[in-house]
Design a protein around this ligand. Structure first.
Ligand SMILES: Nc1ncnc2c1ncn2[C@@H]1O[C@H](COP(=O)(O)OP(=O)(O)OP(=O)(O)O)[C@@H](O)[C@H]1O
Length: 766
């Protein structure tokens, strides 16, 4: 590595200062445009106002992008063999003469920054990492890639990973950061992978799957902006805490328009939060539930075998079995969803009822107009409406599932065994109760698919709305061409923003409200956790099958989760999906990974743990405590100033350990919730710690974690791989044999209970 001279640093400082100067100019210009537009006030025609709002929205978004890239605007430089030079940063900048000042990291010419090696230098002679604090350049790190030009001293350390190591050893803040300055070659290949088709990224803990998936979203939005901005990108994470953990990464890369969601939130208007037994969740996640939901819908379309009498004031009408069955057959054969097929059913029965009524009225021969009038009279008669509603009720997905899960008889008729229905049986919701679990959400989606919109009227309105939308887009195109903005703004988005009196909605916001939204690309993180029913829901959101799925089969914790990628994907894309692997662990030091690797053997003897990129000299320890109450004291002694610590517990012990820790450490948070990521100490179950990372981890009662679930070994593997620095185990029962050779410590007040010492960080020789 070549050392930067003070002169070099000053030159870089000058260049970076100019870049910030340019950024300021662009911000000012955009701000001025925004002010101009807003100054036009709320006067003028409706058309003028909506145009003004559209421009205001566009400038506001551009401004927020320009503000989002303040930190670390420029982080690299590439010197080429032809003596040309490019600066790499979070966004592209040019001066007024269109001279490129800064290259967006996602542009093809920036690729060598991540991929060039001395063996394949890609025309690059030097890769420079620039370290900045605020707007000040604080350091420079060079990788010299041109072997001929290398001084002997530089040849000794060609891999130049100082920037990476510096990034990895920084204290965790509770929020994931972007890695745009230190993306590694194997990660870059995945980030820039083709948009189309299904890409699976399989990798062990800490290999950067999440962070790579997020950078891929940013890359795809940059490269296929037109296509993806319109349809949007969905990123699906395991739970709301995880989404909070990652939510700042994309804005820091200048992307604000991506929908982050979890399975429990993917059905508009419902939040799946209620906890339920793992058995119930596993059962609801199984593919056969699709048949159960379909049978439950059919069950609501059954007609009675005995005649149905409808008493009106002047006479009684009767629907006999044959009429009922023929209406049912016609409705089912229409192949429409339940709520739309209802129109066919009702039409048929009303015709039969009208004929009967005419006979009762002694008017056998009615002309068409009279017949229609009588039919309309009958349709609005309360007893007729009630009877038809009983026979073929309008159903919302919520009504269908509440009806199903609160009745053992209905569950049995829908094909569930007595045992299954005991597992699922519930009491109806009390007002305001959180009735839905995460596993219910894909079932609601499935039901919505089979039930359809409430009636034809809704469908007609939707068709009308679509036609109007197309007209608006055509108009928007004209406006954009007239104003010369056609190349910076998509007509469809512009048209959406002009929507009458509608508040300004981003693509992500519109997508979040629409169950039938088809995303341009879907990224699923911790994809191994999704159940078969959840996959059905996700696939409905992505008919183009342009997807990136990241996960680790060895970490599957949910009983309904995946055992292999083929099993998950083959029903949807046959064998047509590609797999990339990540093999280097950037999070967990080698000392900890050694312990985790032994647990991985319990998950599957052939599985291979990822290789840690660094070691700390810090050995994991085990401590036997008299009872769980002592965990609080142990935790207090483990706290490092400014660091973040998590206590990972068996789910059944969360309340007790949470109480003990809260008692010993003020400000500690227990369980998932808004405070989890910001608290210096958190107590979490394995499921809630999944995907997260902390400076220090204490795992409580690993034996119980192993025994508590059918995926116990995977859960323990996850727990042991959350730390970036220190790992300890506290147990009140016997220590599982697999952890037998941990260094043992004395009790909380015992002689070995020294406070932590700072780790001695080294790059691991591999
Ligand atoms: N190229 C890189 N430069 C700097 N940091 C990196 C790089 N790659 C990964 N990291 C860091 O390594 C840590 C682990 O990454 P990430 O959480 O994406 O891993 P993961 O594979 O999703 O892990 P898990 O399966 O355990 O959830 C994060 O702190 C991430 O920022």
């Amino acid at each position: 590595m070549s050392k930067s001279s003070a002169g070099e640093l000053a030159r870089e400082q000058e260049y970076v200062a100019d870049l910030y100067g340019r950024l300021d100019v662009l911000r000012e210009r955009t701000r001025a445009r925004l002010d101009d537009v807003l100054a036009q006030g709320a006067s003028g025609t409706h058309q003028n106002r909506s145009e003004r709002d559209s421009f205001a929205g566009m400038y506001a978004q551009r401004l927020s992008r320009l503000w989002a890239v303040e930190a670390g605007l420029c982080f690299g430089r590439l010197d080429h063999a032809d003596d040309s030079r490019l600066y790499i940063g979070r966004i592209g900048l040019s001066d007024d003469e269109q001279q490129r000042l800064l290259i967006d990291w996602r542009a093809p010419v920036a690729q060598p920054f991540y991929r060039a090696t001395p063996a394949a230098p890609m025309g690059v002679t030097r890769r420079r990492h620039l370290y900045t604090r605020g707007r000040t350049v604080t350091g420079i790190d060079d990788d010299l890639l041109d072997l001929d030009r290398l001084a002997d001293a530089d040849r000794a350390s060609l891999n130049g990973e100082a920037a990476l190591l510096a990034a990895l050893t920084e204290k965790r803040t509770g929020r994931m950061r972007d890695i745009v300055a230190t993306i590694q070659a194997e990660q870059d290949r995945i980030i820039r992978g083709d948009l189309s088709g299904v890409l699976v990224v399989q990798g062990g803990p800490g290999t950067g799957k999440t962070v790579v998936a997020l950078h891929r979203a940013a890359y795809l939005l940059y490269t296929y902006r037109e296509r993806l901005e319109r349809r949007g990108v969905l990123i699906l994470g395991p739970n709301p805490t995880f989404l909070r953990y990652i939510e700042q990464v994309l804005p820091s890369l200048g992307e604000t328009d991506v929908l982050l969601s979890s399975v429990g939130d993917l059905y508009p208007g419902v939040t799946g939060r209620r906890t339920e037994t793992p058995e119930a969740a596993a059962l609801k996640g199984a593919a056969r539930m699709a048949d159960v939901v379909a049978a439950a819908v059919r069950e609501r379309q059954r007609v009675p075998r005995t005649p149905v009498e409808i008493r009106l004031d002047r006479f009684t009408l009767t629907l006999d079995r044959r009429t009922l069955e023929s209406a049912q057959t016609k409705a089912v054969r229409s192949r429409r969803p339940h709520n739309q097929a209802r129109a066919v059913f009702v039409r048929h029965l009303l015709t039969a009822l009208t004929r009967q009524a005419a006979r009762h009225l002694g008017r056998g021969m009615l002309d068409e107009a009279d017949f229609a009038e009588l039919r309309e009279d009958l349709r609005t008669e309360e007893p007729v409406r009630l009877a038809l509603n009983r026979l073929w009720p309008y159903l919302t997905p919520q009504q269908l599932l509440i009806g199903l899960f609160t009745s053992a008889e209905r569950m049995s008729r829908a094909g569930l065994s007595a045992r299954d229905s005991r597992t699922l049986l519930r009491v109806p919701p009390a007002p305001g109760e959180d009735w839905w679990s995460v596993a219910d959400v894909p079932l609601l989606d499935e039901a919505a698919e089979l039930l359809g919109d409430i009636d034809e009227g809704v469908l007609r309105a939707a068709r009308r709305a679509e036609q109007e939308r197309e007209e608006r887009i055509a108009y928007a195109r004209e406006v954009l061409e007239l104003t010369g903005l056609a190349d910076v703004m998509d007509a469809e988005r512009f048209a959406e923003r002009q929507q009458a009196d509608e508040v300004y909605l981003t693509t992500a916001e519109r997508a979040a409200r629409d169950r039938t939204w088809a995303f341009g690309h879907v990224i699923v993180d911790e994809a191994q956790e999704l159940s078969e029913m959840a996959w059905r829901m996700v696939m409905r959101r992505c008919p183009s099958r342009s997807m990136t799925l990241v996960g680790d089969i060895a970490q599957t914790g949910s009983a309904a989760g995946a055992a292999s990628w083929g099993h998950v994907l083959d029903p949807y894309v046959g064998g047509r999906w590609r797999e990339e692997r990540l093999t280097v662990n950037y999070r967990t030091p080698a000392e900890l990974m050694g312990v985790a690797a032994r647990v991985l053997e319990l998950v599957g003897p052939d599985l291979k743990a990822p290789e840690s990129v660094r070691e700390t000299g810090e050995r994991p320890w085990a401590l036997r405590a008299g009872d769980l109450g002592q965990v609080g004291t142990v935790v207090r002694e483990e706290i490092v100033e400014g660091g973040r610590l998590v206590v990972i517990v068996p789910a059944s012990e969360l309340p007790e350990v949470g109480k003990a820790v809260a008692g010993a450490v003020p400000g500690a948070a227990a369980g998932p919730g808004p405070a989890t990521l910001d608290a210096p100490v958190a107590v979490l179950s394995v499921a809630d710690a999944k995907g997260l990372e902390f400076d220090s981890v204490i795992v409580v009662n690993p034996g119980r974690i192993l025994a508590e679930s059918s995926r116990g070994p995977s859960d323990l593997y996850v727990a042991l791989t959350r730390a970036t620095g220190r790992l300890g185990v506290v147990h009140t029962g016997p220590l599982p044999a697999v952890l037998g050779d941990l260094e043992t410590r004395g009790g909380p007040d015992g002689p070995d209970a020294d406070g932590p010492s700072p780790p001695a960080e080294t790059r691991r020789s591999r």
